[in-house]
Design a protein around this ligand. Structure first.
Ligand code: ZN
Length: 261
């Protein structure tokens, strides 16, 4: 009789151990296949991100950490089977880190998710149709806290060396938005003393682009002050030397905004 009771207790105990070990296995951190590891981050930054390549060793490490942090905070979701690779995820994060890099503790509190479409999309997010011409956008209304990027443009921004980088452009809009309004006036970056000078510079440039006196700045930047700020920021991060040579006044202002000097 005693033996049977002991056997039952033993069986129950074994069963509990079995269940607990199962539970423990399930709660153990699952590998996150969607998030690039530190080695991949470093490799992609070193081979394709010019901004990172120009940093010193300590700053490069800080950049890598910021990219990893970004990837832990913002969801990146492929839409319509966009073939998003680990490299592309690093590109999104790098584009997000670049405009804020001088601010050690600033992060996007206005972004939860980045949707990646395979191709350009029209403004109502339909991929088929006549107006397949948007390469990136920051959502509003029900798309609030969401950014949309085209995979082709995301890659081109880093792999083809031009004055354009769609992902950086969209993140600059988010930085612009952080003071409450997407208006091309980056209060958080520039500080009060420079805002007046910035605004007059913006209108002067927009006028000259429209009159075709300036031809090296993407004319889309002349649409309005917010597009101007985003377009010249792309130029600043992609081709800083060229911007400095062609438009030193604009370069100095952006240097103050993005480098704090
Ligand atoms: Zn824009």
């Amino acid at each position: 009789m005693v033996n049977t009771v002991q056997l039952i207790i033993l069986a129950v105990a074994l069963f509990i151990v079995f269940i607990l070990s199962k539970l423990y296995k399930n709660t153990k951190k699952v590998a996150m296949p969607d998030i690039p590891d530190a080695k991949t981050i470093k490799r992609v930054l070193a081979s394709d991100v010019a901004f990172y390549q120009q940093l010193g060793a300590a700053e490069q490490l800080r950049f890598e950490e910021r990219v990893a942090y970004f990837l832990s905070q913002v969801r990146i979701t492929p839409i319509q089977d966009a073939p998003v690779e680990m490299e592309d995820r690093v590109f999104v994060a790098a584009a997000g880190v670049i405009p804020l890099f001088r601010f050690k503790n600033w992060f996007y509190n206005n972004l939860d998710e980045v949707l990646i479409y395979p191709d350009t999309f029209s403004k109502d997010f339909e991929l088929k149709g006549a107006h397949r011409n948007v390469a990136g956008m920051v959502g509003d209304g029900f798309m609030h806290r969401t950014m949309i990027l085209s995979l082709q443009y995301l890659r081109a921004g880093f792999l083809q060396h031009t004055k354009g980088n769609t992902a950086i452009h969209e993140f600059v809009h988010l930085v612009d938005k952080s003071d409450g309004a997407v208006d091309g006036i980056p209060e958080n970056l520039l500080g009060q003393p420079y805002l007046k000078a910035w605004v007059s510079l913006v209108y002067e440039y927009i006028k000259e682009i429209r009159e075709q006196e300036i031809k090296d700045i993407n004319p889309y930047g002349a649409s309005n002050p917010e597009e101007f700020f985003a377009v010249v920021s792309e130029y600043f991060f992609q081709e800083p030397e060229l911007l400095e040579a062609n438009h030193p006044d604009l370069y100095r202002m952006l240097e103050k905004a993005f480098r704090g000097r």
